[in-house]
Structures are given as C-alpha cells and as structure tokens.
Design a protein around this ligand. Structure first.
Ligand code: MN
Length: 487
C-alpha cells in the first residue's frame, strides 16, 4: 500500500503538554483521512516536528521511503519557518499544504489564550506558506475543516495525482521502430522527458518482437482468443487474421514483462516481419492501462499510461485517440476522433466487434481490429508537445456525444465530441497552442486533475474551456513565450 506522510509542524516553545496534544490531534486527522481514502492510500501520522533537525529528518525519511508518494503538512501551532528551509530544499515528493484546524467552530464561551495558542494554524500556516513561496515550491494548498467533503475530495485528488506521478517516475516506454518519418509533433526530447517525468524511453528493433512472436504456441493463442471472445463480439470469418493479432499480443505481453515496460509505441513504417499492423492487440492492451502511442508517439504513449493510472480509482474511460475529421454544419460542428485501428475499447458504448478489413496504408495484410461507437459525456482531451525549451500540456474540456447517424462503412472505432466554448474558438485555440492530432481523452478526469499534475510536475499548462476568449488566449501564449525565455 502506498503511503502519504502527514506531518504536523510546531516548535519547542509551547511545552510538553501542548506539543503532545498537537501530535495527538495531527495523528487523529491523519487516521480520519486514512479511513476516508483507505481504498488507495494509507495516510501515516508522523511524530510532531519541533525544530530544524526533526524537519530535515522527517523529509529525508519521506524522500527515501519508496512507498511514500507524497506529504501533507499542517502547522497546528506557529512553527518558525526558517526551521523548514533545509527540509523543503531536499523534498522530492509532491506536497499538499493542508490549512485546517482540529476544531471546526470557535468555542466562544470558553476560548482563552491556551486554546488560541494551541489552535493557531491561521498564524502558523501563513508563516509556512511564505517560506514555500519564497523557495518557489510547487504545492497544493487545501483550505477548510478537514472533515468537510470538499476538503476530503481535494485531498483525494492530490492522492490520485501523486499516485500517477509516482507511477510516472518509474515508467519505462518501449518504442518499436522510431518516430514516423518527418512528423514533428509526435517527436520530442526523450532525455528531458526522463529528467522531468521519469519516463525511461528506449527504442527496440521490431525483429526482437518478431522472434518472440514466432515462439508463441497455439495454446497461448487459444487462451488469448478465449479472452477476446469473452470481451468482444466476433464479427468476421477471418479467424486466422484474429489469431495473428492474438499472437502479437501474447508476444508483446512477454516483451513488456521482460523489460518492465508499461507503455509502447509502434509505427506502420517499421513492421518488417509482421504480417499486420497491431490493431486488436494494441487495443486490448490499452484497455488494461498499457500506454500506447502510434507512429512512434512516445509522449502520448507515456501520458496515456500516466493518466490511466491517475483515473484508476474512478469511473469513466481514459485512453488514446486522434483528431480525424469534422462535421462542419454551421453552428452544429462536431469532431470525429478515431485512428487507423488503435482506439481504446474503454470508450465503447456497446460490445466492440472484432472485424477484419484492408488497411490502405503500410502495404500489409488486412488487420483485425475492434470497431465500435463511442460513449457520451463530459471529458477532457489532453496532449503534450515539446516546445523546444519546455514541454507544454494542453487540456481542452469537451463533450462526448452520440454519433447522430450510423457509419456502416467506417471500419474503425470512433468517438464524437463537441468543442468548448464553441467549435471555432476551441479548434483555433488548440491550433494556436500547438496542440497535437494525438490526445489522451478521459471522462474520468477533469481539467482540475490535469492542472494539479501540471503544477506538481512543473509543466506549462494551457487550458481551453467554457471561459476561453481567443484574444486573451493568444496574449497568454505570447506571455508564456516571454516567461520561458524563448523570445
Ligand atoms: Mn496518428
């Protein structure tokens, strides 16, 4: 079980009784929160921190504890913040500053100086906040009585994002083949990705996978076919083409396990030794949270795995898709998102159908794929681009909709959505921001989750939502260029 350290700050000045009381209260809040969030994390109440050495030791312990994914700090009393400088300078885990009190209401009839000295986070948390700001520490400040639902929800969001960041830091991405020739937006600085997000991204020759594919047994294929027919509807007579995909998936699973990889890319330009482009195989892997980016798009692959992890304890769907084509009927514009084959079946409205159709690109055999109509509901589309001197996340609020009519001749899965605040503004903003044609779409996550992830990973974020005004948006982009030192 992953842990969050709950650290209560104070100082020696108050005497033993008060300090023991403050420590008890801190631990009680920690165990209350732990109970509320026990599905995903344990909130561990730490001994009270009274001075520079204790602060440093506590943070060093948090830093070196692999199970610890983040820290919550709360100044029950006043805690002179110079004692936190050294500790905070070493902190390498996500930080939530909880600005709360042990008491909800003021005890008007009984309040005295002792009570006020014990319960003075209004005082102590400001001192602590100053030093965090002075040190430039990215953190989430959550304000309110700790038993309030809104406060618990905010802490829960911090836990989800911290779990995703911990996952991100140990994520290995395998690229079969490289980036699609001449494509710009899917490319990026892999060294910088590892420095900033922990993504260890490596290229593998497709031949290594082909060797594994040739060793897959008929029994293993049968087993995988059983999985397919349990989850999906067979809608083809080309059983051999489906078995070919089953073989690819078995081999990919073995390869990923051996290399400790949780996200992959491939490219139709480098399939030497494969009869088909992996379609069904990639789709079924995506449904289990394996990151996927087509055309060598390692950023989308990694981001899809990280956001899937973030949404692990929520309802809704999260996965890769691609902006493809539009219905441009004036005032009723809609976007159709899809891909050559690889759209995650987590987005399917009904049981996906396994079909085999020709692929007009790549010169390979007809690949098996899952075909389905997409779900409806509110969601976000998120992409990451490399701006040369920094990464940028772009997050757009979207409304997934039922497709207005069947598309009997389209042999791939599809999603449809509407842009915000309106089609013209939403599409123009995405394009001005440099947004990619590949994105991770989620109905489980909101822009608030992406905002927090961007903040805690120190990533530039551009948001497109109901309030977006194009003139302000463009000005903001210009400011970001200046702030980044690029211009
Ligand atoms: Mn693509």
């Amino acid at each position: 079980m992953k842990k969050i350290y709950f650290i209560t700050g104070s100082q020696d000045l108050y005497g033993d009784d008060t300090l023991r009381q403050a420590e008890r209260n801190g631990k009680e809040i920690a165990s209350f929160l732990s109970e509320k969030l026990n599905e995903k994390v344990c909130i561990e109440g730490m001994p009270i921190v009274r001075n520079r050495d204790e602060a440093e030791n506590c943070i060093i312990t948090a830093n070196s504890d692999k199970a610890c994914i983040g820290v919550i700090l709360w100044m029950h009393t006043f805690s002179p913040a110079k004692m936190w400088i050294k500790a905070l300078q070493t902190l390498n885990k996500p930080l939530l500053h909880l600005h709360t009190q042990f008491n909800e209401k003021l005890p008007y009839d009984n309040i005295d100086m002792d009570f006020m000295n014990l319960n003075q986070s209004a005082h102590g948390d400001r001192e602590f906040g100053f030093i965090c700001t002075r040190l430039g520490i990215k953190r989430e400040v959550v304000v309110g009585y700790y038993k309030n639902k809104a406060v618990i929800d905010q802490i829960s969001r911090f836990v989800d994002v911290s779990l995703a960041i911990a996952f991100s830091k140990s994520l290995r991405v395998g690229m079969f083949g490289n980036n699609m020739r001449d494509v710009a937006v899917t490319d990026g600085d892999r060294v910088e990705s590892e420095i900033q997000y922990g993504w260890n991204v490596n290229y593998y020759g497709i031949g290594d996978l082909c060797d594994l594919i040739s060793e897959v047994s008929d029994e293993e294929i049968d087993q995988k076919m059983k999985e397919y027919t349990q989850k999906y509807e067979m809608d083809t007579d080309h059983v051999e083409a489906v078995r070919e995909q089953a073989k690819y998936e078995v081999a990919l699973e073995k390869f990923m396990q051996k290399e400790n990889i949780s996200a992959i890319t491939d490219t139709f330009e480098d399939l030497h030794g494969l009869r088909q482009l992996p379609g069904l195989a990639a789709q079924n892997l995506m449904s289990k949270g394996i990151g996927f980016g087509p055309e060598g798009d390692y950023k989308t692959s990694a981001l899809s795995a990280v956001l899937f992890e973030m949404a692990k304890y929520r309802d809704g769907a999260t996965g890769f898709t691609e902006d493809y084509t539009y219905d441009l009927t004036d005032g009723e514009e809609m976007e159709l998102a899809s891909h050559m084959l690889e759209v995650s079946p987590v987005f399917s409205k009904n049981t996906p159908k396994i079909q085999v159709h020709p692929l007009g690109i790549g010169g390979k055999s007809d690949p098996a794929r899952l075909v389905f109509d997409g779900i409806s509901g509110e969601g976000v589309a998120v992409c990451m681009v490399d701006m040369g001197n920094r990464f940028r996340l772009i997050c757009a609020d979207i409304t997934l909709i039922d497709q207005p009519k069947p598309m009997p001749k389209l042999p791939v899965a599809r999603l449809m959505w509407k842009l915000k605040p309106d089609f013209k503004t939403g599409a123009a903003a995405w394009i001005y921001a440099g947004g990619a044609h590949h994105a991770v779409v989620s109905t489980a996550l909101t822009s608030e989750d992406i905002r927090l992830f961007a903040k805690l990973t120190n990533t530039e974020l551009v948001m497109i939502d109901e309030k977006t005004d194009l003139n302000m948006f463009e000005k903001n982009l210009e400011l970001l260029e200046i702030i980044s030192g690029k211009r």
